[in-house]
Write a protein of this length. Structure first.
Length: 281
């Protein structure tokens, strides 16, 4: 009878947070990987000449409640500069400084859905003269939704495993996003189909991790929007990434892109098997 009492308690208290059928379908769908690449060509003024100058309006750490911080954001900026070919290899080569000024930065502290939003000014400045070579205001935001009661909870309650934590969905910590006291820079992705440009997705049940997911996805979106703006401003075309496959569909895509004067690159061919293995019944 004890398991029945627990089941009734969970169902009555968590009825409002039950996951819908559509939600359960969405969390099973694999994410769509980013299919575009950005790189500054040799000879461009920003090629291997840029360093992160400063980030303002964003704390070094998150203290009381979850909020995007520089310990999480700066590694993303450095990775962007490195992969795009903009990162200066030596202090002498650093002719330009990337300055980011957050004029608005908000995160959620309580609730089922945690939202992280920002408005930032991205500026590339010639360090010797102070001349602004590029400037753009970028808005970004991400909502990390809570997945409510689902089939796994029902199975846990009626199986031998239910003794572990049958009330996990009702834990108070699932609805509070505490701060990252040590400036935790862990990368936590949410279940978001649209990659870095996604505005919403499903997060972890634990409130601490779900808050971090909302912040991380927001920062990735902000950086991605900066890259798109920089590409347009500097007339640097975004490259399309195509699968490392040789079939009629991919070859037709290559021909179409070349006809439109759009550059393309291939995916990592090392990840593709050389020959498919037949299925033996």
């Amino acid at each position: 009878m004890r398991w029945l009492t627990s089941l009734v308690a969970v169902l009555s208290l968590g009825l409002a947070s039950c996951a819908s059928h559509q939600t359960m379908l969405e969390v099973q769908r694999p994410p769509l990987r980013n299919a575009i690449a950005f790189a500054v060509p040799p000879g461009h003024p920003f090629y291997q000449t840029v360093v992160v100058d400063y980030v303002s309006g964003m704390s070094q750490h998150s203290f009381l409640f979850s909020e995007a911080n520089q310990a999480q954001f700066r590694p993303q900026l450095t990775l962007l500069l490195e992969k795009s070919g903009m990162l200066a290899p030596t202090p002498i080569a650093a002719r330009y400084g990337l300055q980011i000024e957050f004029v608005d930065l908000d995160g959620s502290a309580f609730g089922a859905t945690f939202e992280s939003r920002s408005r930032a000014i991205y500026r590339i400045v010639e360090r010797r003269t102070g001349r602004v070579a590029f400037q753009k205001t970028v808005d970004a935001g991400f909502s990390a939704h809570f997945v409510g009661l689902n089939e796994r909870d029902a199975v846990a309650l009626v199986s031998l495993g239910w003794l572990g934590n049958p009330f996990d969905v009702l834990k108070l910590s699932n609805y509070i996003a505490p701060g990252t006291w040590e400036g935790d820079g862990v990368e936590r992705r949410a279940l978001a189909r649209e990659g870095d440009l996604a505005v919403s997705g499903y997060g972890d049940r634990d409130g601490f991790r779900r808050g971090q997911q909302a912040d991380y996805q927001m920062m990735k979106q902000s950086v991605a929007r900066f890259v798109l703006a920089l590409s347009e401003d500097q007339h640097i075309p975004i490259r399309v990434i195509l699968p490392c496959l040789y079939n009629a569909d991919i070859e037709a895509q290559k021909a179409e892109l070349e006809a439109r004067h759009i550059r393309w690159v291939e995916d990592d061919c090392r990840a593709y098997p050389q020959k498919a293995r037949p299925i033996v019944y």
